[in-house]
Design a protein around this ligand. Structure first.
Ligand code: ZN
Length: 409
C-alpha cells in the first residue's frame, strides 16, 4: 500500500466558505435551489476552480458536471455529491462532498501522483428535489432509473419545466446522461443525524441506505354537528387517525431493531372547530435496513389501521406513494473506507444511512461506497447545520486515500 496523503484543509475550508456565500442565509446556511441563478453561480465557481487546475470538464444532458484528472482510457473512479440545497438548508449538505472530491484530486496533483485510472469529481444535478421533485434526478437519469425526457417535463410549483430551467442557466449539456463503465463511486457526506456526534466518532463507514415506504391513509367518517351529535354515534375520522398514529408510533420500539416511522403530513376536513371531522388524510413514512423490515412495519401499520377503523366504524383506504428498496454498498468499497480510516487512526463505526443520497442510484451501475462525518447535534436541512473543521478535514483525508487506492487497483 502506498503512503498516506493528507488534504490541504485550509484550501478546502476556504472553498467551502466561498461556495457558502452563494445563496447565503442570515444564520449561516444556504438557499441554492436546483436550476436557479444561484445554482448556476455555484456551478460556475466549481468549474472555474476545476479549469484553473486544468481538469477536463464535461457536462451531460441533465447538467451533471464531471471534472476529470488523469489518463483517459480506463473506467474512472468517481466521487461527488451535489451543490443544490434545500430552502434555508445547510452549507455542507452536498457541497462538502463535491468540493472534498475536488480537494482530493488537487491533493494527488500536488503530491505529484498520477493515478493509473482517471479520477472524476462529480456534481450531480438536483439532488434535493425541493424545487423539482423527485430528488436525486441527475444521478437517477444517469443510472438509467429515470427517463431523461420525463425529467425535463417535470414542473415546479410555479409552472417552470425542469428541462427549460436547465437550459436557461446554460447547463443542459451535450454529452449523453448515461453511465458508462465506472470502476467505483464514493460519496462523502455529513451524517445528517446524531449518531457519530453523540458517540464522539469521526468517521461513519456507510454499509447501506434504509429502504422506505410511504403510505397514504384516507379515513372517511361522517361530518356532523359538534353540539348535536351524541358521542356514542359519532364516526370521527380525526379521532380514528389519532388512535392509529399513536399506536403506530410505538411500533418501532415494540418490534426492536432498526425501524423508523414518521407521520409528517395530515389534513382534516372540514377542519372546523364545531364540526366532527368527516375525512382525514395522513402519510406514514416507514424505514428499515432490510426489505423484510420495511414490509413488516408497513404491514403492522395496515393491521392497526384496519382494526381501529372497523372498531370505530369508519372507512379506510391505504395507498403506497413511494417504495424504495434498501441498498447495501459494495463490500470492497466499505472495506477500503474502513481500512483508510483505520490507517489515519480516526475513531469510526459502520452504520446505515436513513436519508437517501446520489450514491443510492450510483450503486445500481458500479461498486459504490459512502463516508459520513458528524453533524453537530444531528441538525440537518436547516441553516444551523454544522460540522467541525477537524471533522471536515478528516473525512476528506479518508476520501483522498480511498480514491488514490481505488485508482491503483
Ligand atoms: Zn445531501
Amino acid at each position: 500500500m502506498a503512503g498516506l496523503v493528507r488534504i490541504n484543509r485550509d484550501r478546502l475550508a476556504r472553498r467551502l466558505s466561498e461556495m457558502a456565500k452563494i445563496g447565503a442565509t442570515p444564520a449561516g446556511g444556504v438557499t441554492r435551489l436546483a436550476f436557479t441563478d444561484l445554482d448556476k453561480e455555484g456551478r460556475d465557481l466549481f468549474i472555474r476552480w476545476c479549469e484553473a487546475r486544468e481538469l477536463s470538464v464535461r457536462i451531460d444532458e441533465m447538467g451533471n458536471i464531471f471534472a476529470r484528472y488523469g489518463a483517459d482510457d480506463q473506467p474512472p473512479v468517481m466521487a461527488g455529491s451535489h451543490l443544490d440545497s434545500q430552502p434555508q438548508g445547510g452549507k455542507y449538505d452536498g457541497a462538502y462532498g463535491v468540493l472534498a472530491a475536488f480537494e482530493a484530486v488537487e491533493t494527488l496533483m500536488d503530491a505529484g501522483i498520477t493515478p493509473s485510472r482517471p479520477i472524476e469529481a462529480v456534481c450531480w444535478s438536483n439532488e434535493e428535489g425541493s424545487r423539482f421533485p423527485p430528488p436525486m434526478i441527475g444521478s437517477g437519469v444517469f443510472a438509467g432509473l429515470f427517463d431523461r425526457d420525463d425529467a425535463y417535463a417535470r414542473e415546479s410549483r410555479d409552472g417552470k419545466k425542469q428541462g427549460d430551467e436547465l437550459a436557461r442557466i446554460g447547463y443542459r449539456g451535450e454529452s449523453a446522461c448515461r453511465a458508462g463503465d465506472i470502476h467505483r463511486y464514493f460519496e462523502l457526506h455529513i451524517e445528517q443525524g446524531p449518531v457519530l456526534d453523540q458517540k464522539g466518532l469521526r468517521i461513519g463507514i456507510v454499509e447501506g441506505v434504509y429502504g422506505l415506504k410511504w403510505l397514504e391513509l384516507t379515513i372517511r367518517g361522517e361530518a356532523n354537528h359538534a353540539g348535536a351529535t351524541p358521542m356514542e354515534v359519532r364516526r370521527d375520522a380525526l379521532a380514528a387517525a389519532a388512535e392509529i398514529i399513536t399506536r403506530a408510533e410505538r411500533l418501532p420500539a415494540d418490534m426492536g431493531g432498526n425501524f423508523r416511522l414518521t407521520v409528517g403530513y395530515i389534513a382534516a376536513s372540514p377542519n372546523s372547530t364545531n364540526v366532527i371531522p368527516g375525512e382525514v388524510v395522513f402519510t406514514v413514512d416507514v424505514r428499515s435496513e432490510g426489505q423484510e423490515g420495511v414490509e413488516a412495519l408497513a404491514r403492522s401499520v395496515t393491521d392497526i389501521a384496519d382494526e381501529i377503523a372497523s372498531r370505530r366504524n369508519v372507512e379506510l383506504k391505504i395507498q403506497t406513494l413511494s417504495d424504495n428498496a434498501p441498498v447495501t454498498f459494495a463490500p470492497e468499497c466499505r472495506d477500503l473506507v474502513e481500512q483508510m480510516a483505520a490507517a489515519l487512526e480516526l475513531p469510526r463505526q459502520r452504520m446505515h444511512s436513513g436519508p437517501g443520497h446520489d450514491a443510492v442510484y450510483l450503486s445500481h451501475v458500479c461498486p459504490t461506497g459512502m463516508i459520513f462525518v458528524p453533524s453537530i447535534d444531528g441538525i440537518s436541512h436547516n441553516e444551523y447545520e454544522e460540522t467541525t473543521p477537524d471533522d471536515l478535514a478528516a473525512g476528506a483525508d479518508v476520501l483522498a486515500n480511498v480514491l488514490r487506492q481505488s485508482a491503483e487497483t
